[in-house]
Design a protein around this ligand. Structure first.
Ligand code: TRP
Length: 332
């Protein structure tokens, strides 16, 4: 831990394999943060059970997501890579913070409203208090920066309100977190409905590209991507499918939209889609082979998890003891 550096934290949920949007929007950017910040990155297993999960699948996905973080280039020696559920302080702080969060505030969370509409048979209390657990994740590590997608900004805002309220009563206990939004973060849309975000729970198998899809599968999915009835490859309004493919291609090759338009001037959609598929497959290949190599060594991944949990705990328990003292619990 370098006192000079600011802290950064973000977690991903282990529901399903990460998709292209998770890779381009989160994992790939995290790798670039490792030298500049004290980084805490992890797997939000506790959050994932707000929606019913199959235990066998969940366990496999936690291990897979964790190994993928390393395969993507995160260095367990540089960053703290951990599984949320391995560190008991998350659940502990979450309880305390829930007593400093209003029912009305949580009722206004759009994700809660959306998810309750989607799972009307399981509107559990965890789904409701989900943002409080997320606030605990952030505040435990005194995170200055939290890289999140647009959909999590409301939750981050709630965490900021909790900090203001708590610090207002007890003094400077928590660092005020800020969203970390990079311009370069590509927003990846569904390949089948390009006005919708690529989603882990999409039922259409051609809508999402999983980071562990093989080359042929990736190319096939891009070939089937929904576009429009025109012929021009450009970022004009109404061309959501083409714009999505252009921004994926741009993220994979570092080419600008102008360069892409020039490259495919006079060429057809078929040729363009193939190029995007190949570029994505090339981009993911190193991570895929690294994943294969790492996963073969189960004891290595397990050791990284244990070390990560220990480092995470060592840091976060300091915050938790401070909180316990401030609110008036008896501590030793
Ligand atoms: N809720 C986030 C998501 O679904 C995951 C998450 C959990 C998270 N805890 C966090 C993200 C803390 C940032 C910081 O994407």
């Amino acid at each position: 831990m370098d006192e000079q550096k600011k802290n950064m934290l973000s977690l991903i949920q282990p529901t399903n394999t990460p998709h292209l949007g998770n890779y381009l929007g989160a994992m790939r950017n995290w790798v670039k943060m490792q030298n500049e910040y004290n980084c805490f990155f992890g797997i939000a297993d506790l959050h994932s059970i707000t929606v019913r999960q199959d235990p066998v699948k969940l366990r496999a996905q936690i291990k897979e997501s964790y190994a993928l973080l390393i395969a993507a280039g995160l260095d367990p020696e540089k960053s703290v890579l951990f599984v949320q559920g391995h560190n008991p302080t998350h659940a502990e702080l979450s309880w305390v913070l829930s007593c400093y969060t209003q029912f009305g505030e949580l009722s206004r969370m759009t994700q809660f409203k959306d998810k309750s509409a989607k799972h009307p048979d399981n509107i559990n209390a965890g789904l409701f208090t989900y943002p409080v657990l997320m606030a605990a994740d952030i505040l435990l590590y005194q995170a200055n920066y939290v890289p999140v997608g647009q959909d999590q900004l409301q939750h981050l805002e709630l965490a900021r309100n909790i900090v203001q309220r708590f610090n207002g009563i007890y003094g400077d206990v928590f660092t005020m977190p800020e969203g970390y939004i990079t311009k370069s973060t590509a927003k990846v849309m569904s390949l089948q409905e390009p006005t919708k975000k690529m989603s882990k729970s999409d039922e259409n198998a051609n809508a999402s590209v999983w980071v562990l899809d093989d080359r042929d599968t990736i190319i096939r999915k891009f070939k089937r991507a929904v576009t429009d009835s025109e012929t021009e490859i450009c970022a004009r309004e109404g061309k959501d499918g083409i714009i999505n493919l252009m921004s994926i291609y741009s993220a994979a090759t570092d080419k600008s939209f102008e360069e892409i338009e020039r490259e495919f001037n006079g060429k057809g959609y078929g040729e363009f889609k193939l190029a995007v598929g190949e570029a994505v497959a090339d981009m993911l290949a190193p991570m895929q082979s690294e994943f294969k190599r790492i996963s073969a060594d189960k004891s290595y991944v397990e050791q990284c998890m244990k070390d990560g949990a220990e480092k995470a705990y060592k840091f976060s328990r300091k915050t938790l003891s401070k909180v316990y003292k401030k609110v008036g619990f008896v501590t030793f």
